[in-house]
Design a protein around this ligand. Structure first.
Ligand code: HT7
Ligand code: ZN
Length: 897
């Protein structure tokens, strides 16, 4: 396969100025007629051939140049596109007529069918599956789109922009014509045709214009869009208030489809969403689902400026729109809900998943240098780490400086396809700052390690902070440079108060400041520090680094937990405390075989009183928000610890985590039971998605989760009752998950296992007609830690509820399974073999989905030698398979290098 390199970028030799598309939609063959008005960039003598990308399933049926049929020797078509050998002099029109078969397109890229309707997905390179075109983001044109289809089957015909025409045709057919006045790259093109119900609302913009907002779904789902609609309106208002950005058309459409490779797509004025990110009612969606819907509706809407009005020059710049838009959606959600909780969630996700990406064989900078399939680079690194890089601009420039930079960015680049360097330049110029040190984050892969050493000198009352940074080598990048690390910090006195900050020879800085660490080894000295402080460093997680504070004691952590004014660092202190203990217990379990695991862990000291005490004081602190408490008493995810354990045994680590959960449940039983009682549902109370109501459910369900780990019959009974009586999906699925956990408890009672089975069956009978609700059931069973569960997961593949052609089903079942430390990582290799088979089966249907599943093998270097070799063997087996997609090839081959 051909690898594409950032360094090889060349501007396109031709400009496509206008695009006129006609779609003749049919059940068997769809015809697409495209008329392009093309402007050359070079003089007539230097005109190169014109190459248009096209997929092999797009059949050319006619080609006309300036209205004349092109002779056969004037062009060439191969599996990657069409070359017009000698384009005419000056501007010219090119007409390309093609045929395709959307009903056979299981890749869900280009034009395809979902639930009997037609829809499109063009990012990153799907437009070439519709027609021959310069399929690259720096070709920005205006589009007019005419759609013709059978009226009874496809009464709704949508595309980008404004509806400028519609009418009846012979044979029961009809048409619509859409004009999009804004130039756009072809990846933002969209078409939807189907039998869809519509919910409508309006939004009055800050300048007083009315915008029609429409959400299209299947008729059966139309009662579930209110929350998405409200989220859209909140997003529109927020973007006006926070960034001064007003929506630019009179219509904004969202369409929900069931078959979609990712979450959603920001096509200009016609967003297409995976239905799981639009449809929600309290009985079918959890608090987490509601929060995700709000965030993703916001994300896609925010792309209207960051991505659509200002787009990317080439796909290497993807983080320019994605990192920035994730930052914007994170800020939106933080403003709509609880900011401290949102930050903890975002950082936890980054550390649990992006850090291991940075540490694995696919590590890449947020602006990658090369790719075989661009689809493989829609990663946590490009999105989430990219958002952290944007957040660092804010940390360095402050909120106002950041806004100035954004204003200049839009002023300079509206209507253009630009680069990450252009973004950096706008931020720098708007603030008169040299930000080149931030630029290294775009080109360097890997998570920097920041080691902090502190030294208090009582005689001259100075406090020295020494920062040393280093980044491990990553594939293709053996040498690493120092990067700019903004460290937000404060210093706490013994009584918990904040000490005023003053750098030696500098001005007063108040009680919090941001230090710019730019060197590999750098010192900062504070003066007039009256006593040895406890430092609160990297507040709000001001940079995506792994920080170690030398000499930090449990007492320091408990002090931060009790007094830090930065809520993120309060959470972090408890988290570090739990991590330290988990590592100690893991080593104890690993290093001895005497007695049962329980005995070995107890002999190593069990769960320390300091952690129990810390959790107890959090649980009983009435000032702390419930969701925050729930996070604060959550033990670290395995993926966060694995980096610290060379050759980890994931099953043992899971057992240690379960042991700690049981110990904490026992020791904190009365506090947990009190939390359940205090936060329980009030009979007759209506569901509300508010920060306060979510907080109550979060804490209650966290407490129930702890108790379920005990595997006691009384708890199981309580959970069964709760499952039956639940009035919302948050409580219902939490009870089911807790029953699963109780059933999986090693050595658990037979009644626990029976209760689990009965609960799963009951849930299925209740919800079998609701595919989105059944996704949760699939994921829960697939990810279960009941030993030997792989056989049950295999059986689920032939369950009527499972459809391998549907990405959501695959993600729930296969990625759900990959999350089980007990069964995916089973010592006999059965889990690896099952997932290897799944990759190969799915790859025949959908390359993008298969390559997401194969990603589960890329972490193999973290595990013990036996598991490493079994995981590598699966990757090799996949790689040796005939007819493998380029998507899966890229991940598997780079992993084995
Ligand atoms: N910009 C969208 C990306 C996307 C996508 C990419 C590859 C294949 C399928 C896809 N569906 C959507 C989503 C977003 O970040 O907003
Ligand atoms: Zn996006």
């Amino acid at each position: 396969p051909k690898e594409c390199f950032r360094k090889d970028y060349k501007p396109p030799p031709y400009v496509i100025d206008t695009v006129h598309l006609t779609f003749l939609l049919n059940e068997d063959v769809t015809r697409v007629e495209s008329r392009l008005h093309i402007l050359p960039k070079q003089t007539d003598e230097q005109r190169p051939p014109l190459f248009l990308n096209g997929r092999s399933d797009v059949k050319l049926v006619a080609l006309k140049v300036n209205g004349e049929v092109a002779p056969e020797d004037a062009y060439e078509v191969n599996s990657s596109g069409l070359t017009l050998k000698s384009p005419p002099a000056g501007e010219f029109d090119l007409e390309v007529h093609t045929e395709c078969q959307p009903q056979n397109n299981t890749s869900l890229e280009g034009l395809y069918r979902s639930g009997g309707n037609f829809c499109t997905q063009c990012e990153a390179e799907g437009f070439r599956g519709i027609t021959f075109f310069q399929d690259r983001p720096d070709v920005m044109a205006t589009y007019t789109t005419r759609i013709e289809a059978d009226k009874s089957k496809y009464p709704v015909l949508l595309s980008n922009g404004n509806l400028v025409g519609s009418g009846e045709l012979d044979g029961g057919r009809h048409f619509t014509v859409w004009e999009d006045p804004f130039r756009k790259p072809c990846y933002l093109f969209a078409l939807v045709a189907g039998d869809l119900a519509m919910k409508e609302d309006t939004f009055k913009t800050c300048s007083g214009r009315d915008v029609a907002l429409r959400i299209f779904t299947r008729a059966h789902d139309s009662g579930r869009v209110d929350f998405a609609m409200q989220s859209l309106k909140r997003s529109m208002k927020w973007d006006e208030e926070v960034f001064g950005l007003e929506y630019d058309l009179d219509l904004f459409n969202i369409v929900a489809v069931d078959d979609f490779n990712m979450g959603a797509m920001e096509n200009k004025s016609l967003n297409i969403f995976n239905s799981r990110l639009v449809l929600a009612t309290p009985d079918t969606a959890t608090d987490g689902d509601f929060a995700r819907i709000e965030g993703v509706v916001g994300h896609e809407y925010f792309h209207n400026y960051t991505g659509n009005r200002v787009t990317c020059r080439d796909w290497f710049q993807l983080t320019l729109k994605e990192g920035l838009t994730v930052y914007r959606d994170q800020e939106f959600s933080a403003d709509m809900n609880s900011r401290p909780v949102k930050r903890v969630e975002d950082v936890s996700r980054l550390r649990a998943a992006q850090f291991s990406e940075d540490n694995g064989p696919m590590a890449h900078p947020i602006r990658p240098e090369s790719y075989i399939k661009m689809d493989n680079f829609y990663t946590l690194t490009v999105y989430e780490k990219g958002a952290e890089v944007v957040r660092m601009y804010e940390a360095v420039l402050g909120k106002e400086g950041f806004r100035k930079g954004m204003d200049l960015y839009f002023q300079r680049h509206d209507g253009q396809a630009v680069t990450c360097d252009d973004f950096l330049a706008a931020m720098a110029d708007a603030n008169g700052e040299d930000l080149s040190a931030l630029g290294k984050w775009y080109s360097q892969a890997g998570t920097p390690r920041l080691t902090v050493t502190t030294d208090y000198n009582p005689s001259d009352k100075t406090y020295k902070l020494r920062f040393q940074q280093a980044t491990d080598a990553t594939p293709g990048q053996p040498e690493k440079a120092a990067v700019l690390i903004p460290v937000r910090l404060g210093l706490l006195a013994k009584d918990g108060s904040e000490i005023p900050l003053k750098l030696q020879g500098g001005a007063d800085l108040g009680t919090e400041t941001v230090l710019r660490v730019t060197e590999a080894d750098q010192e900062f000295v504070f003066q007039d520090v009256p006593e040895a402080p406890v430092p609160s460093l990297l507040r709000g997680f001001s940079a995506p680094v792994r920080m170690t504070v030398e000499g930090q004691t449990d007492e320091d952590l408990l002090h931060l937990l009790a007094h830090d004014t930065d809520s993120f660092n309060r959470w972090e202190a408890g988290h570090v405390l739990a991590k330290k203990l988990m590592l100690v217990l893991y080593s104890a379990a690993k290093d001895s075989n005497e007695g049962t695991l329980e005995q070995r862990l107890a002999a190593a000291g069990g769960v320390k009183a300091s952690l129990v005490g810390a959790y107890r004081s959090l649980l009983t602190d009435s000032r702390v928000d419930g969701t925050f408490k729930a996070y604060a008493i959550s033990l670290p995810e395995m993926s966060e610890l694995i980096d610290k354990i060379p050759g980890a045994d994931p099953t043992l680590l899971h057992e240690v985590r379960e042991f700690m959960t049981r110990e904490l449940a026992q020791q904190l039983r009365s506090e947990l039971e009190a939390a359940i009682k205090e936060n329980d549902c009030v009979p007759g109370e209506a569901y509300e998605f508010s920060a306060a109501a979510c907080a109550r459910r979060a804490l209650k369900n966290k407490a129930l989760g702890y108790l379920s780990a005990l595997g006691e019959p009384e708890v199981t009974e309580q959970l069964l009752r709760r499952l039956k009586e639940a009035t919302n999906m948050t409580d219902e699925i939490s009870a089911l998950a807790a029953l699963d956990r109780a059933g999986a408890r090693l050595g658990g009672t037979a009644s626990g296992v029976e209760a689990r089975t009965a609960a799963m069956d009951g849930y299925y009978s209740k919800w079998e007609k609701e595919p989105l609700v059944i996704l949760k059931w699939l994921a829960l069973q697939a990810g279960s830690n009941v030993p030997g569960n792989v056989a049950a997961v295999k059986r689920l593949m032939s369950h009527p509820a499972f459809n391998i052609n549907n990405p959501n089903n695959c993600y729930s079942l296969f990625l759900g399974f990959a999350r089980s430390p007990v069964n995916f990582h089973a010592a006999d290799g059965s889990g690896y073999e099952f997932l290897g088979d799944a990759v190969l089966a799915v790859d025949k249907i959908n390359h993008q989905v298969a390559s997401r599943i194969v990603g589960a093998f890329t972490t193999f270097k973290q595990y013990d030698a036996e598991r490493q070799s079994m995981m590598r063997a699966q990757l090799q087996r996949i790689l040796d398979t005939q007819g493998l997609s380029e998507n899966v090839f890229e991940i598997a081959s780079k992993s084995l290098k």
